[in-house]
Design a binder for this molecule. Sequence first.
Ligand SMILES: Cc1cc2nc3c(=O)[nH]c(=O)nc-3n(C[C@H](O)[C@H](O)[C@H](O)COP(=O)(O)OP(=O)(O)OC[C@H]3O[C@@H](n4cnc5c(N)ncnc54)[C@H](O)[C@@H]3O)c2cc1C
Length: 477
Amino acid sequence: MCFAVTIFESREDIRCAKVVKGRSINLALSHRGRQALKHIGIEEKIVSMGIPMHARMIHSLNGKQSPIPYGKKGQYILSVDRANLNKELLSVAEAYPNTKLNFNHKLLDWSPETGAMTFHGPDGNEKEFHADLIVGCDGAFSATRKQFLRRSRFNYSQTYIPHGYLELTIPPRNGDFAMKPNFLHIWPRHTFMMIALPNLDKTFTCTLFMPFEDFEKITTGNELLGFFQKNFPDSIPLIGVDALMRDFFRLPAQALVWVTCSPYHVLDSCVLMGDAAHAMVPFYGQGMNANLFIYIYAFFSAAVLPEYTRVRAPDDQAMAELAMYNYVEMRSHVNSRYFLFRKFLDNTLHFVMPKTIIPLYTMITFTRTRYRQAVIQWQWQNKVKLLETESAVSVAPGNTVPKHKFISPFSLRQKRSVWYCFHIGLQHLPGTFRRAGLGSQGGSCCSYVKDPDQLPIRAMSDHKALFSHHCLHAVPE
Ligand SMILES: Cc1cc2nc3c(=O)[nH]c(=O)nc-3n(C[C@H](O)[C@H](O)[C@H](O)COP(=O)(O)OP(=O)(O)OC[C@H]3O[C@@H](n4cnc5c(N)ncnc54)[C@H](O)[C@@H]3O)c2cc1C
């Protein structure tokens, strides 16, 4: 069946625009996104204009750089230019004879009952269009979604994380990249981090992710320089002092929003897709990949809309939570020996049993395994790896000195009345690893909370699987 498709976009046609406004300059493209691009015949074109990143490159405070590969030899993610990708997608869409593009048309409102949509047109007047099915792909702040909010039994949550982001640029040096290009560079500083992705013009786009309250403390050039000298000293000569001062203060830090909703459809007249349905924080580099992938696998007829919500929503929820988790991994865990040990263990087991043990990152980034399925598989693998072995360790929460016990992530729900001790580090590894002589080295950062919802990230309290990267102890009161 062939539909007549009309696309409405509030911005001008970026293929003709002098300045392309929008979010991050480049994006990490991985397997799912590539599969979608292959489906529409532009994978090779986009890949040829992308820069492979085989590993994270961790920048320590002392300037030391250490790579951590993303997967097996030959596996990589690609840094691609967002504007260029969007331009190519528009050209592909335009080439379909049944598709018409309308730019400078901003959706104001629509009716679920009649399918009538009202747009603010390029001439400043309101225009009305009708459609049998409306597909709302209008991003995290979707205007399409507003109608959903007026309806009963529509669940919706919008969370701004306390961190924002700001982009800086590392220019080319002597006509070449100023750092090694085939890496995603990370400066992990526990509560904040800076990353840098390479661009085809031999620049790097750096993104500083940091709590808004820390951004707000930096109000002068001297404060900024002091902050960079303390936290990212090796980046100052790369960015340049003048450019740093100029770019840092040019725009305020941007917010990061996490949106979940359900159902994704209203009657048989509208369905939300992409960030409009499930905006996630960008730390797993999956938002765009997930969205591209959905677009090709959704076959529209009214009958499939409820099924689409039923099948897709758990995957999006799982991915959104993993994305939040990965922020902690990127800004903090990558510094720890425990993380490196886990990576080593995962990779070794994967090498020995490639079909049975697959690292989580590999499942998400280099396969098409459903996100929810990947999380379930990860939970199972962690069990196999005995990371949920019970251990008895004595640590005092506040004034008490009870015995406390490593609890399985799976039993969290039943343990709501206990104190939760949240560890990152080596000191309190479960028994198996302590017996292996690993538990006594290194430091750990640890905090106690009464309610698991107060754990460092909300996702963790909801998503049992996410605990297994940490040693979580429950202390009976
Ligand atoms: C800093 C940052 C870095 C990221 N990095 C990555 C990454 O490395 N890899 C990755 O996979 N994902 C990444 N993402 C996520 C990715 O950008 C999003 O998931 C993706 O862009 C969402 O696509 P979308 O089409 O659903 O929404 P959008 O890209 O937001 O597109 C929505 C479109 O709808 C239009 N629109 C909005 N309102 C209206 C209206 N009322 N009427 C008509 N048109 C309208 C907008 O102009 C826009 O063109 C990142 C996100 C951020 C913020």
